[in-house]
Write a protein that binds this ligand. Structure first.
Ligand code: GUN
Ligand code: FE
Length: 433
């Protein structure tokens, strides 16, 4: 039949520890069972109880020494930057000009785009990430290639074509008119098809004219359920540049606000140098921020203030931001998030980390009714993490007795080697040898 069951230690986040307290933020089953029917979660609970009620003949897969949890959600990543990850020496604006724009130029070739899309999705799944909000390049073919590859693997993915009509090399720019037209074409072709969604994607304020930002706002008006995905307040020179380009606006966020780009489906990467009024505006519009610690450290951009976002009740997800980010692994991203908090005299608990990596990311993307937890009826996107992934982790785990200790060690020492298997819509999409 279409019913399958998976037996392991199972954990899932069911609330934000900052809102409901740690104890009410998760469910944990030491000897747990996840029952999946037709690609959806039927039930989760204690194996002893659920096994007794399973129809005879149901296939049960057992994972000893493993922790099964919802697939990771990456709320900000650039698939075209897969091949230029780890490029040396620059901060944001020089990094874009010296490395990023030349690498993105190659995506005018659809065959190149198709090849990178495969490498990228394979890498996401190797790392246990089952949903991501993804930048393409300015070329509409880059987004066709990405969505085709994601559709073949039946993944829940959000992506969009970059809008960029100034302050970039000529070979990488569109116009307000062509960007609008190409976006419409892609929306008609892909938005709502299977598990795919479209995000209107102005790169960031400095590379769009007023006309283009207005066109982005118009697209959001014209179609239901579109996302808006861009960068915000990442680097101090960038913030000053935006102020000089848009002197009539009160600040960086106000530029996007002016063109009606703030909504419940808006996701802004970074948001490091924001004032209280900007946090308040993000909160009241239901917008989300993608916290990208490996990128923020790699480019020397600054330290993201998560407690401030919690105070203002701004939705936050985690982003790897590859290729400015240095890892596809959400576990490695949590490792660096922890250190970013430490440098500010704050803590990041393992349960808050679990939340950010799964349900928090799903909430930032307004997908919490489909993914991010094992609520019954949710799509069965999940990962099996191996407590014995490496000799060091095995040795360390032997000393780690409590759940919060074991979770924390997974997050500090874990990476792609930790991911034993990844499932999307109930099907295995990656198995480590
Ligand atoms: N700001 C504008 N474009 C980019 C990009 O590609 N990466 C990052 N990290 N910041 C940006
Ligand atoms: Fe980015």
């Amino acid at each position: 039949s279409a019913r399958k069951a998976y037996r392991a230690s199972i954990i899932h986040s069911i609330g934000d520890p900052a809102e409901v307290g740690v104890e009410a933020s998760y469910e944990y089953f030491e000897d747990g069972l996840l029952v999946v029917t037709d690609g959806r979660v039927e039930s989760v609970g204690d194996a002893g109880v659920l096994l007794a009620n399973l129809p005879a003949g149901t296939e049960v897969t057992e994972y000893p020494d493993a922790l099964l949890m919802p697939g990771f959600v990456d709320t900000h990543i650039h698939y075209p930057q897969t091949g230029m990850i780890a490029s040396y020496g620059e901060q944001l604006l020089d990094w874009l000009n010296n490395y990023t724009f030349p690498a993105e130029n190659a995506f005018s070739d659809p065959a190149h785009a198709a090849e990178v899309a495969e490498v990228f999705l394979t890498e996401l799944l190797r790392n246990g990430t089952t949903t991501a909000l993804v930048f393409g390049t300015v070329h509409k073919g880059s987004v066709d290639a990405f969505f085709s590859a994601a559709e073949q693997r039946n993944l829940r993915m959000i992506a969009g074509k970059v809008l960029m009509d100034r302050n970039a090399p000529e070979y990488l720019t569109d116009t307000a008119e062509s960007g609008y037209r190409d976006s419409r074409e892609l929306i008609e072709r892909w938005h709502g098809k299977g598990r795919l969604h479209y995000a209107v994607t102005p790169r960031f304020a400095p590379t769009s004219t007023d006309e283009q930002l207005a066109a982005a706002g118009q697209l959001l008006q014209e179609y239901e359920g579109l996302y808006m995905h861009t960068h915000l307040s990442e680097n101090r020179d960038e913030v000053e540049w935006v102020k000089s380009l848009f002197p009539q606006c009160s600040g960086y966020l106000d530029v996007y606000d002016h063109y009606n780009l703030l909504s419940e489906r808006s996701v802004f990467a970074h948001g490091i140098h924001l004032c209280d009024d900007e946090c308040k505006r993000l909160s009241e519009t239901g917008s989300a921020i993608a916290f990208c610690p490996t990128s923020n450290l790699f480019l020397g951009s600054g330290l993201f203030n998560l407690p401030k976002m919690e105070q203002h009740k701004v939705r936050v997800g985690l982003g790897t931001d590859v290729g400015a980010g240095t890892s596809f692994s959400i576990l490695q991203t949590l490792n660096e998030a922890y250190k970013v908090m430490q440098l500010q005299g704050a803590k990041l608990s393992p349960f808050k980390s679990l939340y950010l990596a799964t349900l928090g990311g799903a909430r930032a993307l307004r997908l919490e009714d489909r993914i991010g937890s094992f609520a019954s009826g949710n799509e069965a996107d999940f990962v099996v993490l191996d407590y014995n992934a490496t000799p060091l982790m095995q040795y360390r785990m032997a000393q780690a007795k409590t759940l919060d200790e074991r979770l924390f060690v997974l997050m500090m020492l874990g990476d792609d080697r930790t991911v034993r298997e990844t499932f999307a819509a109930g099907e295995s999409v990656h198995r480590r040898d």
